[in-house]
Design a protein around this ligand. Structure first.
Ligand SMILES: NC(=O)c1ccc[n+]([C@@H]2O[C@H](COP(=O)([O-])OP(=O)(O)OC[C@H]3O[C@@H](n4cnc5c(N)ncnc54)[C@H](OP(=O)(O)O)[C@@H]3O)[C@@H](O)[C@H]2O)c1
Length: 365
């Protein structure tokens, strides 16, 4: 009998891919989803047992864990991440699980300016305390999926507006991040106590990433180094939860400072996931073929222009006001990754950091 594996955030990007890959390998999967919809029905049809539940509710987590021996923990980017993880850990301990894979962050640190990242660092430690359970950490960096957030302007207007400076990344696909999760979930004896960072095969500049989308879309796509203010306006226009808006704005500063270039690319996808990592061209082709925003239609063109107008007229989140109104705990010495000696010491290969990029950029600009 193969062990049953609980996948949290199963309707999300890495959860869905993890659940489907496990099912393909004939592992029984329990999928915790937030709601019944096309995604949960798809998972059900693929063979997963579905639990519709709420991560803020211990009974949902207890039900999800029933009969499971292993679990994938993926924290939604929303308020109260530690609250959700604590209930997950309590239910995991009660269910006597043997192994957990935790989706952390490459930036995870105790002094990062992002509260979500500091709490991720706490999770890296706390999840390791579950009695009788071992853990593998997947500390992936900036997902390739993030670039597809601007598919509409890329496909319709030929521009990739993102505030990435000239930072570089070796972007991992959702499937490759999931392959590392799956490798560790099905062979815990080989991966317990280890941390892996899946990446794509190549370190790329923002324009090189825009070029990959251009090739996939059959048009020129120009990278437009957007300002932080425009980025915040775009997040507000997309009606992203304010918690996510306030945190995402931090990560682009790390991107600009080249934190995602450090030590990339890695061989984690091949070594742990047992597959060749997807190239940016392959990933871009996938989105160009499946994302409705990529279709060349008059309606999409009108939508792209009207979204630009919406961005111009949106009010950017006042992050300081938001964070103080929510009484966010603050770090005494907040430091972005590449300015943080402790983070650099824990991420040894800093030979690829370009010295020009180690500058302090004011996240509020
Ligand atoms: N994006 C990046 O570049 C990046 C890089 C490094 C690490 N990460 C980490 O990746 C994680 C996110 O992974 P992902 O992108 O795979 O997730 P995701 O696509 O955002 O999925 C999160 C899922 O959780 C569900 N959910 C939200 N609140 C819930 C609740 N209270 N109870 C039950 N379910 C709930 C959502 O359901 P609905 O969709 O139905 O609302 C959604 O399906 C974060 O922890 C982030 O820090 C991301």
């Amino acid at each position: 009998m193969k062990p049953k594996i609980l996948v949290t955030s199963a309707a999300g990007k890495t959860g869905m891919a993890t659940a489907l890959q496990l099912l393909k390998k004939d592992f029984p999967v329990r999928a915790l989803v937030h709601r019944k919809d096309a995604r949960s029905q798809f998972l059900h049809k693929a063979g997963a047992e579905i639990v519709i539940g709420e991560m803020h509710d211990i009974d949902s987590l207890r039900e999800a864990f029933k009969g499971c021996q292993r679990a994938y923990w993926c924290t939604p980017v929303e308020s109260h991440p530690l609250h959700k993880m604590s209930l997950f850990a309590i239910a995991a301990a009660e269910a006597k699980v043997e192994h957990i894979v935790h989706l952390s962050q490459w930036l995870s640190s105790s002094s990062h300016p992002s509260l979500a990242t500091r709490e991720m660092w706490m999770m890296d430690h706390i999840l390791d305390w579950i009695p009788g359970a071992t853990m593998t950490i997947n500390n992936t960096g900036w997902f390739a999926d993030n670039y597809a957030l601007v598919m509409l302007p890329m496909a319709q207007l030929g521009m990739m507006p993102m505030p990435l400076g000239e930072g570089r990344n070796a972007p991992p696909s959702n499937d490759d991040i999931a392959a590392v999760n799956v490798g560790a979930l099905i062979n815990p004896e080989d991966h317990a106590g280890r941390t892996y960072r899946p990446t794509g095969p190549e370190l790329l500049t923002p324009q090189e990433i825009a070029d990959a989308f251009g090739r996939a879309l059959g048009r020129t796509v120009r990278y437009d180094n957007a300002s932080m203010k425009m980025f915040l306006k775009a997040l507000a226009a997309q009606k992203r939860p304010e918690f996510a808006q306030s945190q995402l704005a931090h990560y682009v500063v790390d991107y600009q400072q080249d934190a995602f270039a450090l030590g990339a690319p890695t061989d984690a996808v091949e070594k742990v996931g047992g597959r060749r990592p997807q190239t940016m061209d392959e990933i871009a082709r996938h989105y160009a073929q499946t994302d409705p925003d990529a279709r060349q239609t008059v309606i999409n063109k009108v939508r792209a222009f009207s979204f630009l107008v919406k961005i111009m007229t949106a009010t950017p989140l006042d992050r300081e006001k938001f964070e103080s109104s929510r009484e966010f705990p603050s770090s005494r010495t907040p430091e972005y990754a590449v300015s943080d000696d402790a983070w650099l010491a824990a991420h040894p290969d800093n030979s690829q950091l370009r010295s020009a990029s180690i500058t302090t950029i004011n996240a509020a600009e």
